[in-house]
Write a protein that binds this ligand. Structure first.
Ligand code: 13P
Length: 264
């Protein structure tokens, strides 16, 4: 029998913690979270902390992710960091986060190149997609997801689609946005079905059933179980609550306890 599906709990620390603070925080988490095969815990600190945390971390317990990088592998790109420089430190890369799309004008083409660069460098891309409040209001949720998914996966071949993780993060649900409100399980199920349907169209049924889809947006220890129990949701991408040890550790414990009958 195949192994049960793995749940992913990814903490996106965004632009928080100095390297010293990050180290102390990792230390705190490592005394409280026991490794398990069922739940992959991934921490995404600022790039400036990645090297030191990669020396400190127990990789059986936590994997590291980069929040950003430039998609070319080397060259004259002042101020940028390539995955060839990061791949010794990280196993995952967050790509297409709405803060990068909308605050830093990252284009669909940049995002597609980043997904390709991650695969080329043996790093798992976590491709973030999600509609804005305005798109939702105008009934364009599916169109936004369709377009971000199609363009984000543009460079991904049929052989490589199993290396990609999708994170559905509706922009209006992210806690740093004005009037943020968490998505309801119904919103998430709708989006998850739509994502799998579109992956099936692009890569076939098997790929669509196998791909991991995470939810992100105002998740905390009180709401995590409700999201993790949704069939078809394989984990959580957490911002604010990942910076608070009590919250984050509680969410990991909840993920360990969730039953998932699917075998992919
Ligand atoms: P919050 O959990 O703070 O809403 O952030 C979500 C997010 O942007 C994770 O990438």
């Amino acid at each position: 029998m195949d192994a049960p599906r793995k749940k992913y709990i990814i903490g996106n620390w965004k632009m928080n913690f100095t390297p010293g603070e990050a180290s102390l925080y990792l230390n705190k988490l490592s005394t409280r979270i026991q490794p398990t095969r069922k739940v992959q815990v991934v921490l995404a600190p600022s790039i400036v902390s990645l090297q030191s945390l990669s020396l400190q971390v127990n990789r059986r317990q936590f994997k590291l992710a980069t929040q950003n990088f430039y998609w070319r592998d080397y060259g004259a790109f002042t101020g940028e960091v390539a995955l060839t420089q990061l791949r010794g430190f990280v196993g995952y890369a967050i790509i297409g986060h709405s803060e990068r799309r909308y605050l830093f004008n990252e284009t669909e083409k940049d995002i597609a190149q980043k997904v390709a660069a991650a695969i080329r460098n043996g790093i798992t891309p976590v491709l973030c997609i999600g509609e804005t409040a305005l798109e939702r209001k105008d009934g364009e949720t599916s169109a936004a997801i369709y377009s971000q998914l199609t363009s984000g996966l543009h460079e991904v071949s049929k052989e490589d689609i199993d290396k990609v993780i999708i994170a559905y993060e509706p922009v209006w649900a992210i806690s740093s946005n004005k009037n943020a409100k968490p998505a309801t399980p119904i919103d998430i199920v709708e989006a998850e079905h739509f994502i799998r349907k579109h992956i099936a169209k692009l890569y076939g049924k098997e790929a669509s059933e196998a791909i991991s889809i995470l939810y992100g947006g105002s998740v905390n220890k009180n709401t995590a179980a409700g999201y993790l129990e949704i069939e078809g949701i394989d984990g959580l991408l957490i911002g604010g609550a990942s910076l608070i040890a009590d919250q984050f550790c509680a969410i990991v414990e909840i993920a360990k306890g969730v039953k998932d009958e699917r075998q992919y």
